[in-house]
Design a protein around this ligand. Structure first.
Ligand SMILES: Nc1ncnc2c1ncn2[C@@H]1O[C@H](COP(=O)(O)OP(=O)(O)OP(=O)(O)O)[C@@H](O)[C@H]1O
Length: 251
């Protein structure tokens, strides 16, 4: 199994507060890794390190080594626009832009300078299909994306991320703002896409992690306590703390 991203001894401080104390984690290609752990343990902070989304926060200090396809993403030579093209992101709140579904999904391609209308059209259709939102939008491509339901908006956002064909997609609690049916739709979508993309997903929902993840990483107080294949983590974790957390003894 090939690792598409690797993190070694990743530390991050917000001012004087160290939020990550040295995380080592390998992220296998074309698998879904779930980051779980109690509130405030550093899941989102770590996720955002993977496409350098923390860089602009005042007073932030990051050290350690994070590689994407073997390349040090914190190297001064790293092109951030290119990195974020390969390592895309979907947020907790659906965030479609206030324009049409078509223009939302075409957005990244146009920014990247793609002018070929036919190619854009094809890619928009393909991405909406991949994100399992084509049937609900194909007759409404000109409709404002913000006029759809929350779950539909989130799938439009996933399509927008997929349109630029990232290799890795970071998902920060992508279903926590959605109702259970919409959440299941998103889960189904991710399951269907796992063989094509690498997903790294922060989730508070342990059942969701057990349903969709191939690998689970458990963090607590800024440390990675344990990582392993999902079934093993849920059935026979090595660490007592992991077992206590997964069995709801604290949270
Ligand atoms: N911009 C920031 N400035 C200062 N401290 C921050 C900032 N963002 C996060 N923190 C702190 O860093 C720690 C880790 O936060 P983070 O959001 O990564 O945790 P999390 O595990 O994702 O939490 P949750 O599950 O509640 O979203 C917390 O103590 C949080 O208060």
């Amino acid at each position: 199994m090939k690792e598409i991203m690797t993190a070694k001894n990743v530390k991050l401080s917000y001012g004087n507060f160290e939020a990550l104390h040295g995380i080592d984690l390998d992220l296998p290609e074309k698998q879904l890794t779930a980051l779980i752990g109690p509130s405030g343990c550093g899941k989102s902070t770590f996720l955002r390190c993977l496409n350098r989304m923390n860089d602009d926060i005042t007073g932030v200090k990051i050290s350690g080594d994070i590689r994407f396809n073997g390349k040090d993403i914190y190297s001064p030579k790293m092109d951030l626009v290119a990195l974020r093209k390969h390592v895309g992101m979907v947020f907790q709140q659906p965030t479609p832009f206030p324009f049409s579904v078509y223009d939302n999904v075409a957005y990244g391609l146009r920014i990247a300078g793609v002018k070929d209308k036919k190619l854009i059209e094809q890619r928009v259709e393909e991405s909406l299909k991949q994100a399992a939102i084509w049937d609900e939008t194909k007759d409404n491509l000109k409709r404002n994306a913000q006029d759809f339901s929350g779950g539909q908006q989130q799938r439009i956002c996933i399509a927008r991320t997929l349109a630029i064909r990232p290799e890795v997609v970071l998902l920060d609690e992508p279903t926590s703002a959605l109702d259970p049916i919409s959440s299941m739709e998103i889960e189904k979508t991710l399951m269907g896409l796992k063989h094509k993309y690498t997903f790294i997903m922060v989730t508070h929902n342990l059942q969701q992690a057990s349903r969709v993840a191939d690998q689970v990483a458990f963090l607590m107080n800024g440390n990675l306590i344990e990582t392993g294949p999902t079934e093993k983590m849920f059935i026979s974790p090595k660490n007592k703390v992991t077992s206590n957390y997964l069995n709801g003894r604290f949270g």
